[in-house]
Write a protein that binds this ligand. Sequence first.
Ligand code: ZN
Length: 440
Amino acid sequence: MAVATPETRDRRQRIARRILLALALAGGALACKAPAVRPNVVFVLVDTLRKDHLGLYGYPLRTSETIDALGRGGWVFEKHIAHASQTVPSTLSMMLSRLPVDHGFAHRRIRQFSDRPPRFPDEFLFLTEVFREAGYATAAAVGNRFLSHKTGFSQGFEFFFQAKVGDKLTAASLRWLEARRTREDERPVFLYVHYVDAHYPYVDPKEHPDRVATPASGRLLFGNGLVADIAEADLAFTRASYDAGVATVDDEISKLVAYLEERGIFEDTIFVVTSDHGEEFDEHGGLGHGTTVYGEQVRIPLVVSHPRELEAGRRITRPTQHLDLAPTLLRWAGIPVPEAFRGQDLLGEERPILADNGVWRAVHAGSRKLILNTETGEEVVYALDDELDRSPVEGPVASDLREALAAYLQQEDAGGTGPSSAEEWSEEEKEQLRALGYLE
Ligand SMILES: [Zn+2]
């Protein structure tokens, strides 16, 4: 009698999933017209990047010259929203096109993830896998240890490189691109680069004296959550250090763009820059991220350049969400969207946008946003144009906001908790997580 060991079960599940994916691709083939040239996709995720510290969203300093130029040559999304303010739930929502309540790796488990790595199941269908099945060469260079071989984030990547510092991630990405070229690999590429230089502990402002403020005094503040008695000089130094981190990543992005231009393939590349969440600098009495769903933590940049297909200089002012990014990229590449993806087109029908963060939930709909504290039951409404949620709107909560949130909370009651790995964090991984401020 055949016994299903975990290995054979895993293999069977993988094969079954491949067949389902192939069927989904075949079924959708008629609905989707392939572009004349299959575009490369370079997907840059800048961990911890709040939109209002970038020039293209009005920041007065020169933190983001490359990202600004990409925005001028492509599309800029003005009101893009992440579904959580922490790496794991937000990045999974983006790559799986599923809300936190649906993929189950929600923020309230983050402490468990610090004790033991989360394990994203093999049955999850990542955007990477869809590109690979459609004939793309796939590679990743990732700076965040929560997204690794161990946690299952490498599913679908033919090449997966991990390092903390941005210039190593860029160098590995360029080596991979160049090796493909010399091997005459004709496949288009899906390259995912995840930088963490703008994440705590940031970068010394002296490294970018002409692009960020260089305060004469002050020390680097750290805290995730409410912090009492923040001194103005310390806050200014901390902000400047953060800005230096953004400028460092911006320099790395410029090397990727320069390579694509030198090789004459920038025109046919969909180049995406976005983030997983923002960062608080005392807007609501705290620091860091993963603690609230206020604007400074969930309003993130989204810039897409594709010179051959997308007109330059378009600004999209309607609210958009991470759930819809993966389906949109697939459609632009002429690849049918698998049924497992819950999102639609970024510019399709407007729907409520959820953000989920431990005790906090938020729903963005129409021109307003409702924030609920699930512990106290307190509800507060803000105008969506009030980007940092500074002035609550008085009066009763509109029924559409309340209904959208109730529907989300109901799914939450139905379960959805992601598994932990059987493995432990290694000492080296623990060290890196500690440096990012995750372990106590
Ligand atoms: Zn993050």
